[in-house]
Design a protein around this ligand. Structure first.
Ligand code: ZN
Length: 319
């Protein structure tokens, strides 16, 4: 069983923990080393999310601090953790008892309008980028810009092209719809939506419409189901792991069995579904999927196979 969680915000949690930036000592977080082990997680994407309060003038600086926190922890716990930089590392982690970690930027603010910064982040091990958070940045508009939201800027288009060349994964979660369609049109590799749900089941602008889900899936992309109750179902206070499994089942129905994965958003969310309180509880979600009579092969794809496949494909497309 190879579980892949495509989104957590644990690095920000560690940054804000001040002097205790240790993945094994943040007891109140949704993700720490013990919980990753207990949840039988094989690989997790660690997002570098720079919140609004740090964004102006500090985005690059704060992002670099989070890159360091990742490497400090992956060095300290190298007997348990393995940073994933390549296809070889992906294979290594799957054939070992270690937990893989992939670094990804959430929001292009940290690039500060420069492709040199994208390349430097790549050199520091960053392998993906969620183009925007909810707001407008130099690359594109996020879903929070509402009806007025525009698509990609000239710089945003250049970033997509450069990411294709580097073999980085392009993440369209948070991106406004105009930009979403542009990315799908121009990207030479499949794209992912690391932590987004179905808007048909939960009418939140962060979620994807059926047409978006289908189009992303048709291009070989994968959508990670987000556990944040406000994105799962209304009313949010009734959301439990069954409702999360309903989102998975619906995404499968629309996008097909190759397009769905897990993108918990743990440590980036202020409330959690009942019975799915932190990363250690993922096996319970798998039990719920088993109850629904999905075949073993389909469950393997959902819990990790699809993300392993798409990340491998994207890494292999670098030129
Ligand atoms: Zn997010």
């Amino acid at each position: 069983m190879h579980i892949f969680d495509a989104h957590n915000d644990t690095l920000l949690k560690l940054l804000e923990a001040g002097s205790h930036q240790d993945l094994n000592s943040i007891a109140d977080s949704h993700v720490n080393l013990e919980k990753l082990k207990a949840g039988q997680i094989k690989t997790a994407i660690f997002a570098i999310y720079v919140p609004e309060s740090y964004r102006f003038g500090l985005a690059l600086h704060k992002a670099l601090l989070m890159v360091d926190i990742f490497w400090q922890n992956f060095h300290k716990y190298q007997s348990d953790l393995l940073p994933i930089l390549s296809i070889t590392d992906l294979a290594k982690v799957r054939n070992s008892g270690k937990i893989g970690g992939i670094l990804s930027l959430e929001g292009g603010e940290a690039l500060e309008g420069s492709l040199a910064n994208l390349r430097n982040f790549y050199r520091l091990g960053v392998r993906g980028l969620t183009l925007t958070w909810n707001n407008r940045n130099q690359l594109a508009d996020g879903v929070g810009e509402g009806e007025q939201a525009q698509g990609l800027s000239k710089f945003g288009l250049e970033v997509v092209e450069a990411m294709n060349q580097l073999g980085m994964f392009i993440d369209v979660s948070h991106l406004a719809e105009k930009g979403f369609w542009q990315v799908l049109k121009i990207s030479k590799a499949p794209v992912i939506a690391s932590h987004s749900n179905s808007r048909t089941l939960c009418a939140h602008p962060r979620n994807l419409t059926d047409i978006q889900i289908k189009a992303l899936a048709d291009q070989g992309g994968v959508i990670g189901v987000n556990f944040y109750p406000y994105f799962v179902k209304e009313p949010a206070n009734e959301v439990d792991l069954v409702a999360v499994a309903d989102q998975i089942e619906y995404l499968l129905k629309v996008g097909g069995t190759d397009s769905v994965g897990i993108g918990s958003d743990f440590d980036g969310i202020s409330c959690v579904p009942k019975e799915l309180e932190d990363i250690s509880k993922i096996p319970r979600l798998i039990d719920e999927l088993k109850k629904r009579k999905f075949s073993e092969a389909v469950i393997e794809k959902i819990i990790g196979g699809n993300f392993f496949r798409v990340i491998e494909e994207i890494f292999s497309k670098s030129s």
